[in-house]
Design a protein around this ligand. Sequence first.
Ligand code: AMP
Length: 122
Amino acid sequence: MAYDPNNIFAKILRGEIPAKTVHEDEWALAFHDINPQAPVHVLVIPKRPYVSLDDFTSHASDEEITGFWRAVGEVARRLGLAESGYRILANHGANAHQEVPHFHVHIFGGRPLGPMLVRPRG
Ligand code: AMP
């Protein structure tokens, strides 16, 4: 899948639409999710254009991958979640219901998060 430069996170990176930023460095931008699923719900995205984790791990440099994942840990610490605990999640593709085609890691925290996956009904 080709990267769509008009996806919503590309627009946030270009400053075309606002975001509630919690961290920015050379490799990553972190901002609050617009529709939070937990008391703390922050998204961390790489600065460069990757569709998903699959694209990122296939094509990003080692330096970029290291910088990105260090930023994820740093953001969680800065949000005060390292002690109480948190969950990270990244959706790739249709079965995972990925909505925005720019790689992002969700950080959830601020309360006990329950079982890992919602079980299908029936
Ligand atoms: P995913 O299903 O993993 O692609 O998740 C996309 C996430 O992006 C959802 O949790 C949305 O609530 C969130 N989202 C969509 N638009 C925005 C926006 N403009 N600012 C912040 N978060 C957004």
